[in-house]
Design a protein around this ligand. Structure first.
Ligand SMILES: [Zn+2]
Length: 223
């Protein structure tokens, strides 16, 4: 898929061809890069290959934002930190699960088989990060307890993590089999629909570029 918005890429080749995982790469001012999530274990070579193909160097990645502790998001976190020396950032609650201290016991139930990472910077709801000129951290629990989304009001972009899936081009709430507490996810969805945004960057299913808020509104009205 590659470049989907002015400064945002989707790394190609992460996940299965019929169900790709959207690892986002953000071009910051001054030549720095930010990565949002990292894919399953073993995907760092794909990410590094994408960087090389597009004329970027691994050390340009200065931050890795982590939406939550699931294996398909943190699987290559340690490998990407080793390759880039980037700073990792997650919600304070999720940081403990990413470090496997304690081991996460929520769905989907498989053992947490990724390399544990001590996250460098923990954030909370309402914090501002120097990404895309300024994004707000939104605590959007439900899928996992410390799941976060990132919101650029100025650019109308919402990185939604796994709160919403764009499954087969149909927007749905996080599926129950992967979800720690569905009612909390409903409340999180009600919260984000109040924001002004145009683009919804989903991890599962194609990101929605343009007209996204109306689609979220239609979904939330039925929850
Ligand atoms: Zn997940």
């Amino acid at each position: 898929m590659a470049k989907i918005l002015d400064r945002i890429h989707v790394i190609e080749g992460i996940g299965k061809p019929d169900s790709p995982l959207n690892v986002f790469l953000i071009e910051e001012k001054g030549g720095q890069l930010t990565l949002v999530d990292t894919g399953l274990p073993g995907f760092s070579p794909k990410i590094l290959e994408y960087l090389q193909r597009n004329g970027f160097k691994p050390e340009q990645i200065r931050r890795i934002l982590v939406t939550h502790c699931h294996r398909d998001h943190v699987g290559s976190l340690k490998a990407m930190i080793d390759a880039t020396k980037a700073k990792s950032i997650s919600h304070w609650l999720e940081a403990a699960f990413i470090a496997q201290n304690p081991v996460y016991d929520g769905p989907p139930g498989s053992p947490p088989n990724w390399d544990p990472v001590r996250v460098d910077e923990v954030v909370k709801d309402g914090d501002e990060l120097d990404v895309l000129g300024g994004v707000e951290v939104l605590h959007t629990p439900g899928h996992t307890p410390g799941h976060i989304s990132f919101y650029s009001k100025e650019l109308g972009i919402l990185f939604i993590g796994d709160l919403l899936f764009n499954k087969d081009n149909k927007l749905i709430l996080t599926p129950p089999e992967y979800t720690q507490h569905t009612q909390s996810a409903v409340i999180s969805a009600r919260r984000v629909v109040k924001l002004q945004f145009e683009h919804l960057l989903t991890y599962h299913g194609p990101p929605i570029v343009g007209g996204a808020r109306q689609k979220v509104e239609a979904l939330v009205s039925k929850l």
